[in-house]
Design a protein around this ligand. Structure first.
Ligand code: ADP
Length: 643
């Protein structure tokens, strides 16, 4: 590793050191030469002229004895120099005070001219070396005022020169050549100084315009970056594009990859209604296909077209994959044509705008993806939870089924063992065989119910959907249960329908639902009645099974539709069912597009209701409304059974 100490640094060459020293000196002198930078330009110029004035006074003071042979005029010259020094000091004081007297430069120009002429006259006239003072004064006025005023000053000096000669010289014509020569050079020098001034001013103005453009571009770019919302960015693009080239209105149209976003800006016309703005936007955008492409460095600058006395400038937005949209800016008639720098400014801005639009679109896509991912994650989580629930339900179901199977099987085995092992009398044998038979029936019911529920829930059931007369099915079910109710001493009623009801359903499955609900109603009603009825209400068919039985507590009214849920102590007070019936009913009804529920009060009875969709005619009217034929329903006219 090499270490370079401070002393090892190569020594700067003499030229470099001299340059640095000169720079330091200039830096020190600069405030005296042109004043601080905070001063307005006219004061700094005056300060420079004052420095020149001081040098002039010094120069005359040193050279006067060599140039003026007569003592009288030499004394006059020094008196004049004293007054001139006083004048220069006074101007310096005015500068320090930022006096408005100096603002236009007229006062000092007249003062300078006065002293120039004074020194020329004291020094022996225009034909002496003092004439060179005049050059300084004219160059100063050319630098300050330009061609016109400086030529006036030149004219004044030439006139004075001519007068001086006519007074001093007896033979002016002899010196005519010299007079013309120096006057000509005075004019040339003044014109050259004016030209330099004009060029400097132009360069300064161009620089100022360029700076303005750069800062306008910066400002517009900052506005673009203020948001990542696509709509806001698009609106900013159109507003800033209009502002940058001082347009009246502007519109933008993006391609379908950016959702065909569009925007319009017309800050020039604040009072435009929404409809007019919309129409203006469409009119402007309609011009796009009519304009010829003109390729520029940074993109496709489509060009301009004049219409309605206005200039329409169209710029294409070039993305990675080609043109992604267009911006149209309108300039009013009568404005000077845009400089090429303004075109470049607009194109540079549009290039930045494309980036901002692409960023905003990307941001939106990322946001959408994030939402999609979040949603997918939530769906997955809930699907996972559902799977866990299903798994738990399956385990519970298997446990319940095994438990339910074991009870009747234990009974059957015990009683059959007793019958086989012991010599029991005929009456006991009869009783035991009866128990075995009942338990076998319960076992069969259970296995049937389990098979039913598994088939329905795994989608293995063949549904035979058809148009059914609900009255017929209800009638048949009523007939089947009427005897059972009668046996128990219950009143059974099938309420006649006011009009036939047709449903689109699987006949066997609806019979199964009715059988289950009617069976339960009779089973859980010690005394009173069981009523079966149906009605059409709000385009749904409602079937009610009401009883005056033991009723169901509110806390159980939902749960009895779950698998194996039975009310009461299922160990000691086991009802003779499987606890699967209502669950099967619910699955069947839901498959038909309906629902099932119970309204009940403990000790007062229950009303089970399920709904079915009526058969719909081609014109959307339920078929039940169209039919007036009473013969369609056997329940019409009170054919229902009552017990
Ligand atoms: P089960 O085969 O035990 O009848 P269900 O699923 O059909 O099974 O019924 C579940 C439970 O709902 C019954 O055990 C009973 O407790 C209650 N239940 C059903 N219908 C009625 C009713 N009409 N009145 C009172 N309780 C009822």
């Amino acid at each position: 590793m090499s270490v370079t100490s401070f002393h090892d640094q190569p020594k700067a060459s003499v030229a470099v050191r001299l340059g640095r020293a000169a720079g330091t000196v200039f830096h020190r002198i600069e405030p005296f030469w042109s004043g601080p930078r905070s001063w307005p330009p006219y004061l700094r110029l005056e300060q420079r002229f004052t420095a020149v004035r001081f040098l002039g006074v010094l120069c005359i003071a040193l050279t006067a004895p060599l140039l003026i042979p007569s003592l009288d005029r030499l004394i006059m010259a020094y008196v004049a120099l004293f007054v001139a020094a006083f004048y220069v000091t006074w101007v310096q004081v005015l500068i320090r005070r930022h006096s408005p007297l100096l603002e236009h430069g007229y006062v000092t120009t007249i003062g300078d001219a006065f002293f120039c002429v004074l020194f020329v006259l004291i020094g022996g006239g225009f034909n002496t070396a003092f004439y060179f003072i005049v050059f300084t004064a004219t160059v100063c006025s050319a630098m300050r005022f330009g061609y016109g005023p400086s030529m006036l000053v030149v004219g004044l000096y030439i006139t004075l020169d001519a007068l001086d000669h006519s007074v001093r010289s007896a033979n002016f014509t002899d010196e005519q050549g010299v007079f013309l020569f120096r006057s000509g050079f005075l004019v040339i020098t003044t014109l050259s100084a004016s030209y330099v001034r004009e060029q400097a001013q132009r360069a300064e103005a161009a620089l100022a315009r360029q700076l303005n453009r750069a800062s306008a571009l910066n400002e517009s770019t900052r506005a673009l970056n203020a948001s990542l919302k696509l709509d806001t960015v698009v609106q900013t693009v159109v507003t800033e594009a209009r502002r940058l080239i001082h347009g009246e209105e502007a519109a933008i149209q993006l391609g379908s990859e950016y959702g065909s976003a569009t925007a319009y800006d017309a800050s020039g016309y604040d009072g435009l209604s929404g409809d007019t703005r919309q129409q203006r936007r469409l009119d402007m955008l309609a011009l796009i296909p009519n304009i010829e492409y003109r390729t520029r460095n940074t993109g496709k600058f489509k060009g301009r077209v004049a219409q309605d006395n206005r200039e329409y400038i169209v710029v294409s937005l070039l993305g990675l994959g080609g043109v992604v949209g267009h911006v149209v800016v309108v300039r009013p008639a009568g404005r000077p044509p845009l400089e090429s720098a303004d075109d470049d400014l607009l194109i540079s801005f549009i290039a930045r705008a494309v980036l901002a639009i692409e960023n905003a679109a990307l941001y939106k896509t990322i946001g959408d993806r994030r939402h999609d991912l979040q949603r997918a994650y939530a769906d997955l989580a809930s699907a996972h939870q559902e799977l866990l629930d299903v798994d738990e339900m399956k385990t519970n179901f298997i446990a319940n089924v095994s438990h339910e199977l074991r009870t009747p099987l234990t009974s059957i085995r015990s009683f059959s063992e007793i019958l086989l092992s012991f010599d029991v009398d005929t009456a006991t044998q009869h009783e035991f065989v009866g128990i075995i038979n009942a338990e076998s029936e319960r076992l069969t019911r259970l296995v049937n119910d389990v098979l039913d529920i598994t088939k329905i829930e795994s989608g293995q059931v063949d549904w035979h959907m058809e148009n059914l007369d609900l009255g017929e099915i209800m009638y048949a079910s009523a007939r089947a249960f009427e005897a059972l109710a009668k046996e128990k001493g219950l009143h059974f009623e099938l309420v006649p329908m006011s009009s036939p009801l047709h449903v689109y359903a699987d006949s066997d499955r609806i019979r199964q639902v009715l059988a289950n609900l009617l069976g339960n109603a009779i089973k859980f009603t010690p005394q009173g009645s069981v009523t079966l009825s149906a009605e059409m209400h709000a385009d749904m068919v409602y079937v009610h099974i009401a009883d005056t039985g033991i009723g169901i507590a509110p806390s159980n009214q939902e749960r009895i539709f779950e698998k194996f849920h039975q009310v009461g102590d299922t160990l000691t007070d086991k009802p003779a069912g499987t606890g699967l019936g209502l669950c099967i009913c619910r699955d069947i009804v839901v498959h038909h597009g309906g629902r099932i529920w119970v309204e009940s009060e403990l000790g007062q009875g229950s009303v089970f209701t399920f709904t079915l969709l009526p058969t719909v005619h081609d014109d959307g009217v339920p078929i039940t409304r169209l039919s007036d034929d009473p013969s369609l329903s056997p329940t019409r006219g009170g054919a229902g059974a009552t017990a």
